[in-house]
Design a binder for this molecule. Structure first.
Ligand code: FCB
Length: 449
């Protein structure tokens, strides 16, 4: 039996650009993802999020799916350019109204609204002024955070500031695979520091508006394991852990950059000024963890930063089965990370804010979506969560990525992570068998192992 504590939250997670569509409705401004997706060659098959699942207009159907799955939490994100079309100044009432309607409908359905303030759709106007590498963006973001909490804080209790700060800085400014598509190590280093400043300044601004707001961030994490037996590989895996898992967490909770680089963090290149290490502190109320697989790391002598570590293989190792995206299915990674954060940070409140898998299984002749591998995936990972709770981790909720098949960033619509199938020609949603299974788990607060 995998059993969960009373009141455990069962949810799914989504993100604005991935599901909303309506990219120009009601005064919304352009985001870096609008710009990036409209740039030829950036997204597989030229897909864009212009329409996607059209959840902007069809969120009632989304909530019906959640109800059918006995959900008690829904993690979604707020699109900054709907609220401040060019990233600063007065708010756009129609944008706020949309989220108010969504939140009220969730509350009426008995589902906790669990919004993220930033899931990657920076207003394009701010990118034009330098984007995340530009220090001023931190202040702009704190203003935006304050505006949203002022408008919606009467009906939302739990917030996440960022989604996966490690990923959007690396993919957007270093690897150039995500918006805004830059490949500039110096810009990347500065972006990481601005994001740390932004996280803490937003935290303070939100808290000032509402003393009772419960505030965290959804961090991307991975269990970092040495690829070989050498001491060098072991140390490299620790540095990788520090950079990927802790770069925005150790800063917030302890006011220091973790030991990711041989020779210490390049503070000057990052643009760190006197007093900043105090400024980036924020006593987050919970730690959100997004986790998909593990990472095998080996020592790598030459690199630009002194990280001297490299992940082997694309996503995970080769011992477990692979999803259709090629990511290794390795449930122990989630157990390991939940336990490590529990030990290293004094048993903080945790939420699993994302976990899921991509499989292409579609409707059969009768329209039934038979996706046993996804059920198998969730069984393994939920078992890992139950074990971590048994061993002392304070995990309050679990959010499957994702409710609906949707726009998977540079992969376009090719990778399907949904518990519900979406026919993108019509927008029609159909729960997959995994969705029914997950609904049963939520209803029973556990499952037969
Ligand atoms: C995470 C993102 C999420 C989704 C999943 C598959 O990195 O936060 O938006 O794309 O991966």
């Amino acid at each position: 039996m995998a059993r969960f504590p009373k009141g455990f939250h069962w949810g799914t997670a989504t993100a604005s650009y991935q599901i909303e569509g309506a990219y120009q409705d009601d005064g919304k401004g352009e985001s870096i993802w609008d710009r990036f997706a409209h740039t030829p060659g950036k997204i597989k098959q030229g897909h864009t999020g212009d329409v996607s699942c059209d959840s902007y207009h069809r969120f009632g159907e989304d909530i019906a799916l959640m109800r059918a799955m006995h959900q008690t939490s829904y993690r979604f994100s707020i699109a900054w350019p709907r609220i401040q079309p060019d990233g600063s100044g007065p708010s756009n009432a129609k944008g706020l109204d949309y989220y108010r309607r969504l939140i009220d409908a969730l509350l009426a359905a008995g589902i906790r609204p669990f919004p993220t303030l930033y899931h990657w759709d920076l207003p394009q106007a701010l990118e034009q002024r330098g984007g995340w590498p530009e220090r001023d963006t931190a202040g702009r973001f704190a203003d935006y955070a304050e505006t949203v909490v002022r408008a919606l804080g009467d009906r939302v209790s739990h917030w996440m500031i960022f989604n996966e700060p490690s990923i959007f800085t690396v993919m957007g400014y270093l690897a150039g695979i995500h918006a805004p598509g830059r490949r500039d190590p110096e810009a990347f280093l500065r972006a990481t520091h601005t994001v740390n400043l932004a996280q803490a300044e937003a935290f303070r601004a939100m808290r000032a508006v509402r003393k009772d707001a419960v505030i965290g961030t959804a961090f991307n994490m991975s269990a970092c394991e040495p690829a070989g037996d050498s001491e060098a590989d072991r140390a490299a895996a620790e540095r990788w852990h520090a950079l990927v898992n802790l770069w925005y967490l150790e800063t917030a909770l302890r006011g220091r950059y973790p030991d990711a680089f041989v020779g210490g963090p390049p503070l000057e290149r990052m643009g760190v000024r006197a007093g900043d290490l105090e400024r980036i502190r924020a006593p987050l109320d919970f730690i959100g963890i997004n986790l998909y697989t593990r990472t095998l790391v080996r020592h790598h002598e030459t690199d630009t930063f002194g990280l001297k570590a490299l992940a082997v293989g694309p996503m995970g190792g080769n011992d477990g089965p692979k999803t259709d995206f090629g990511w290794e299915v390795w449930p122990k990674a989630l157990f390991d990370v939940l336990m490590r954060i529990t030990h290293d940070y004094g048993r903080p409140v945790l939420e699993v804010t994302e976990n899921g898998c991509s499989y292409g299984d579609g409707p059969d002749a009768k329209g039934v979506i038979h996706d046993p591998r996804r059920i198998q995936f969730y069984r393994g990972f939920l078992q890992a969560v139950a074990e971590a709770i048994d061993k002392g981790a304070d995990v309050r909720g679990y959010h499957a990525w994702t409710l609906l098949d949707n726009f998977e960033w540079s992969e376009g619509f090719e990778q399907r992570f949904g518990l519900a199938w979406v026919d993108f020609a019509t927008g029609k949603r159909t729960l997959k068998e995994s969705g029914r299974w997950y609904g049963q788990v939520a209803a029973e607060n556990g499952f037969e192992a």
